[in-house]
Design a binder for this molecule. Structure first.
Ligand SMILES: [Zn+2]
Ligand SMILES: [Zn+2]
Ligand SMILES: [Zn+2]
Ligand SMILES: [Zn+2]
Length: 123
């Protein structure tokens, strides 16, 4: 394992001034999100804001930790807020209307992604 020097941002190598309380990374001002590193800020549970997310909610798409989500089937997790909103219970997952809505959302997202990717490829 490569020994990292302390006081160097683990993301960019610039002089670091913060230690992330969640992951323990040392980061510079640029990579500090106020109370955690930007990596944790992006991957932190959207519900409790404390624990790292382990999955994204299949309905709202927010990152959620184990405790703030429920496993509805081996591949799908939903956050506790959506679970409550749609009264999801593991046994009758997935409700047909939600699946259809999600599929529609997913295909638009995919289209956007392809469009963006084409732009990048062209430039
Ligand atoms: Zn940095
Ligand atoms: Zn962190
Ligand atoms: Zn959480
Ligand atoms: Zn959700």
């Amino acid at each position: 394992m490569r020994q990292r020097r302390k006081n160097e941002c683990e993301i960019c190598g610039a002089p670091a001034s913060h230690v992330c309380p969640i992951c323990g990374r040392v980061v510079c001002d640029k990579h500090w999100a106020g109370d955690k590193c930007i990596i944790c800020a992006e991957t932190i549970c959207a519900i409790c804001g404390k624990r790292l997310s382990i999955a994204t909610c299949a309905i709202c798409g927010r990152p959620v930790c184990e405790e703030c989500s429920i496993q509805v089937n081996p591949v799908v997790r939903v956050c506790i807020e959506c679970a409550e909103k749609y009264s999801i219970e593991t046994r009758d997952w997935p409700p047909r209307d939600i699946v259809e809505l999600e599929l529609r959302k997913l295909s638009t997202r995919l289209e956007e992604f392809v469009k963006k990717w084409r732009l990048v490829a062209r430039s």
